[in-house]
Design a binder for this molecule. Structure first.
Ligand code: KIV
Ligand code: ZN
Length: 434
């Protein structure tokens, strides 16, 4: 992360209104290799998981959930491969998911033998529907399951070297449960895990099936943060899904409501509609002038790794990543961008201040070629920008006004986008080959 050129600064908007924004990057945890992987039609094989892990390290993730080792041989072998081959950098902590049953906990800890540091992620579902329909257990029984599991896990940690383990507990589907009950279960688990300043515990709040709107989620997060025991030694983490299409908003508001840590995946891969998209969230921070502390300076490489690993593709309008998101076809947008770019050049600005482009495309490794593209919606500003940037032709104002409509007409009649070469040829034929 330290090695790459920092992102460009963004000009802060002075709204003359109290700003309530996130001011620093959260602790990030990638769950691509677990939640993302478990949702794929064909889960990644060992080699793909290793490559993806190395790539997440390169992006700057310091906490990476690598899988559910007790769930399959590939998951177990992958965890062992990382540990046995010393593939985990000293400043990176792997995380593994486990249910609370004895044989599963045993296998989970066996998969971690010798690790320098790992987060053991315990979870059980607490929602009313899961309690009543799936488990057919009372509130007390579900709480006992969590507490007993935490106790067993603590015992196993002692056996394998207590200093090597951090615990995370997730009350799965918690927005579907009574909030005071959620607090009660989390506090009972914390009593077992005994958080201390040198032994922090992560309470992860999963919006498992995004049951509520982002503001309600944030209210729940705030209430839980205020009522957790040992709060100063607890890291509150959020794990949003995107079933209502507002996973990012929920995580953003939840962070402002008191959380410290965010779990998510690259481009939002994950169960059903996906997990919270870390790329989107992180680059939203950038637009607010906050360094996300993740290196997304080569978006095209990230898309390639993602597409090869997941066999899915990125939508052309995916925020910050899609191939059309830094492109303007319409005349008025092109004119404004053209003026913004000229203003940056003239004033030699070291911060980004261009209309219609929330960040400098170069910050994510894109060049300026795709910004202005010409079709029948385009105007004189766009056309003259293309001639200037591709052919060093600086059209005087009167000529811009004359030539713009000619290009509009050619594109309209042909019903297609025009390349810079076609625009240049039209220019030559109009003004030179007379
Ligand atoms: O979405 C979810 O609830 C999960 C838990 C296992 C944390 O993935
Ligand atoms: Zn999940």
């Amino acid at each position: 992360y330290q090695k790459y050129k920092p992102y460009k600064k963004i000009k802060k908007v002075n709204r003359k209104w109290p700003d309530n924004e996130i001011t620093k990057a959260p602790i990030w945890c990638s769950v691509d290799l677990r939640d993302g992987n478990q949702a794929l039609e064909t889960p990644m094989n060992l080699e793909q998981k290793i490559n993806f892990f190395n790539y997440l390290v390169k992006l700057g993730f310091k906490e990476i959930e690598v899988g559910f080792p007790a769930a399959s041989d590939t998951e177990y072998t992958f965890t062992r491969t990382l540990i046995d081959n010393h593939m985990i950098p000293k400043d990176v902590t792997i995380q593994v998911l486990t249910q609370l049953r004895t044989h599963i906990l045993d296998r989970t800890f066996a998969s971690l033998e010798g690790v320098h540091k790992a987060i053991v992620h315990l979870y059980n579902s607490v929602s009313t529907i899961q309690r009543d329909v799936v488990f057919r257990k009372s509130k007390e029984e579900i709480k006992a399951l969590a507490v007993d599991g935490a106790r067993q896990a603590k015992k196993l940690a002692k056996k394998y070297g207590e200093e090597r383990f951090i615990f995370e507990y997730s009350p799965e589907s918690f927005p579907g449960a009574e909030v005071d009950y959620v607090v009660e279960v989390c506090n009972a688990v914390l009593d077992e895990l005994k958080p201390a300043s040198e032994n922090k515990v992560i309470i992860n709040l999963p919006n498992t099936v995004e049951l509520c709107t982002a503001n309600v989620f944030a209210d729940l997060v705030e209430y839980i943060c205020e009522n957790l025991k040992y709060r100063e030694n607890v890291i509150v983490s959020l794990h949003s899904h995107n079933d209502r299409g507002t996973g990012i908003a929920a995580s953003e508001l939840g962070l402002m409501a008191g959380a410290d840590r965010i779990e998510g995946t690259l481009f939002g891969n994950g169960e059903r509609t996906g997990n919270m998209d870390i790329v989107n969230f992180a680059l939203n921070l950038l637009t607010q002038g906050v360094d996300p502390k993740l290196n997304f300076s080569d978006m095209d490489e990230m898309i390639k790794v993602y597409e090869e690993s997941t066999k899915m593709s990125i939508h052309p309008r995916h925020p910050y990543a899609g191939k059309l998101v830094f492109t303007a076809f319409s005349g008025s947008h092109q004119d404004a961008i053209n003026k913004g770019m000229a203003h940056m050049e003239k004033e030699n600005l070291d911060y980004w201040d261009v209309p219609y482009l929330p960040i400098d495309p170069k910050d994510v490794g894109r060049n300026y070629d795709a910004i202005i593209r010409i079709n029948s919606q385009s105007g004189k500003g766009g056309v003259s920008y293309i001639l200037k940037t591709h052919y060093d032709l600086h059209l005087p104002k009167a000529m811009q006004q004359d030539f713009g409509p000619i290009i509009t007409q050619i594109s309209d009649q042909a019903s297609k986008e025009l390349t810079p070469k076609e625009i240049y040829e039209a220019f030559i034929s109009e003004y030179v080959n007379i």
